[in-house]
Design a protein around this ligand. Structure first.
Ligand code: HEC
Ligand code: HEC
Ligand code: HEC
Length: 112
């Protein structure tokens, strides 16, 4: 019982620390993603694995500070803004292909 509480506290602490971190390699940013499910932007994949540099995204595409929930909309993405600057089917997988929604949106049962 006591260890269950300790584990719960640990989980909360890790979640709080994680949400205060930035997107350089090793860091992630999470979005609620509406009914389509949670989206995780991963700084390791974008930076270390795909070799993108900070100025590829900052400050032209994204502020270096997490914007309020709901700032980024699918309609804007499909129009080639925010994530859609690259996720347009040319530089990276598309934001409007139904085959690719799940590459960004994770439903609860398939959370990593
Ligand atoms: C492929 C695009 C991309 C690259 C490259 C990138 N970032 Fe980010 N960064 C983002 C996105 C997306 C966010 C979240 C913005 C939002 O939600 O408003 C973000 C947010 C941040 C934040 C704020 C995090 C927070 O939780 O408040 C910092 C700090 C940051 N980035 C620093 C960096 C640094 C330093 C680099 C280079 C090592 C870098 N980023 C490279 C896309 C990128
Ligand atoms: C490149 C990653 C990416 C892809 C691909 C993607 N989305 Fe999103 N989606 C996001 C992000 C980021 C948000 C903003 C979430 C937030 O702020 O809560 C979002 C938001 C949403 C929302 C919330 C309401 C809105 O309009 O913004 C819905 C619904 C949604 N996406 C559906 C879809 C569907 C359906 C597809 C496939 C056709 C799709 N998404 C493909 C990243 C993606
Ligand atoms: C500067 C270009 C750029 C921007 C902006 C960008 N991405 Fe990406 N992203 C990429 C590239 C390149 C890949 C590699 C996949 C590919 O080639 O299709 C990738 C891969 C991904 C993946 C797949 C990770 C995996 O499991 O392999 C996700 C999820 C993702 N991006 C989400 C996002 C979200 C969400 C945003 C906006 C908040 C975003 N990206 C903005 C270029 C970008």
């Amino acid at each position: 019982m006591r260890s269950t509480i300790l584990i719960l506290i640990l989980v909360v602490v890790i979640a709080l620390v994680g949400s205060a971190m930035a997107t350089p390699p090793g860091k992630t940013v999470e979005y609620e993603g509406g009914w389509a499910g949670k989206v995780i932007y991963d700084g390791t994949i974008h930076g270390t694995e795909k070799g993108m540099k900070c100025p590829d995204c900052h400050p032209a595409i994204f502020p270096m500070k997490k914007a309020p929930p709901g700032t980024y909309k699918m309609a804007d993405m499909i129009a080639g803004k925010n994530c859609g600057v690259c996720h347009n089917g040319t530089k990276a997988f598309s934001s409007k292909s139904f085959a690719d929604c799940a590459k960004c949106h994770k439903q609860a049962e398939e959370k990593k």
